[in-house]
Design a binder for this molecule. Structure first.
Ligand code: AMP
Ligand code: MG
Length: 324
């Protein structure tokens, strides 16, 4: 069975081909800026301009023609409406022209499924740390449940906004990681864990007030140490509460080596296994959409043309999981 996956929840327009759970290609084009953040109208232009090129590359690398595809999977939720609409419209068009069934996929669940696939993990907790999303997710009683999450912005948005104050451009996460490596000086910042949830906007305000008085390397180091510790704290509590001993990382922020190190250390201390997929499967990617689309299709799920509208606000635990 061959599945074409289309990802377009935010900055990344991706197309991938998966055959019987083997990833044959995983192509993408991501919107970036030299300064400032994401502009939705520019995002639409980028995705539309890049689609045919990314699609051609994905098909060529997989060595298949579009006619060989059995299912068209696309990221239907959650995300930026402008971006989601592009992917959904392209998926629907291909489905209509080539008479292929559609499979709408929840992007957060796809991060978990691809981590579970590569880790060969049975029942992991997912620390999903991306631009717009920050959630601790685990399977329980027919759904992927959210055991902890951000109460305001995603951790990546936090890093990108802080980076904008430092004029680092978008995305700022990797640049903050590089600057942080040059410091070991911790500057006290607020630590915002509330029950199982985390909050970043207060820390962002606090950092913005400190920019004039401290070296940016020290602020980057301190920001990372603080917010990553918050994530690891709630992740550990979720693992203890659910009695699970596997952790999978997902989302672009999980590319960060310091976060990976803290996650591994926490897992080691509780005799758990920590798995980090390759960077290309941590960031937004179409392979995870195709893979999850295949799994869902095999479980008998269907997305009719009528049901293929975008769901920008769908939550991880809105989806009934009938494939586990
Ligand atoms: P995603 O939305 O999952 O594609 O992830 C994008 C987010 O990941 C952006 O906010 C980036 O700034 C962030 N990011 C990417 N690489 C790193 C890194 N090495 N350290 C921290 N954040 C990162
Ligand atoms: Mg993502």
């Amino acid at each position: 069975m061959i599945t074409l996956g289309i990802e377009s929840t935010a900055h990344t327009l991706g197309v991938a081909v998966v055959k019987d759970k083997h990833i044959l290609s995983n192509e993408k084009s991501s919107y970036t800026t030299a300064s400032g953040g994401m502009i939705p109208v520019k995002l639409v232009e980028h995705h539309l301009e890049q689609f045919s090129n990314v699609l051609d590359r994905a098909l060529a690398k997989a060595n298949i023609a579009i006619d060989d595809v059995d299912v068209i999977a696309f990221s239907q939720a959650p995300g930026i409406g402008h971006a989601l609409r592009i992917g959904a419209t392209l998926a629907k068009s291909i489905s209509l022209v080539y008479k292929k069934p559609l499979m709408g996929v929840n992007h957060c669940i796809a991060h978990l499924e691809i981590g579970r696939h590569f880790a060969k993990a049975k029942d992991p907790v997912l620390l999903y740390a991306s631009g717009a999303n920050t959630q601790i997710i685990a399977y329980d009683a027919g759904k992927y449940r959210v055991f902890g999450e951000t109460l305001d912005i995603g951790i990546g948005n936090f890093l990108d906004s802080f980076g904008r104050y430092l004029e680092l451009g978008f995305p700022a996460g990797p640049k903050i990681e590089e600057l942080a490596k040059k410091s070991k000086k911790y500057i006290e910042l607020p630590y915002a864990v509330k029950g199982m949830d985390v909050s970043f906007t207060g820390i962002l305000t606090n950092l913005s007030q400190k920019i004039a008085h401290h070296k940016k390397e020290d602020l980057c180091f301190s920001a990372q140490e603080t917010v990553f510790a918050m994530l690891i704290e709630v992740t550990e509590r979720a693992m203890a509460h659910c009695n699970k001993n596997e952790l999978v990382l997902g989302g672009g922020v999980a590319c960060n080596k310091r976060l990976q190190e803290m996650a591994s250390l926490m897992c080691k201390e509780r005799n758990a296994v920590c798995f980090t997929p390759e960077n290309q499967f941590l960031v937004d990617n179409a392979a995870m959409i195709a893979l999850t689309g295949e799994i869902m299709h095999r479980a008998g799920n269907k997305t009719t043309l009528k049901d293929a509208g975008i769901k920008p606000y769908e939550r991880t635990d809105d989806v009934k999981v009938n494939w586990r």
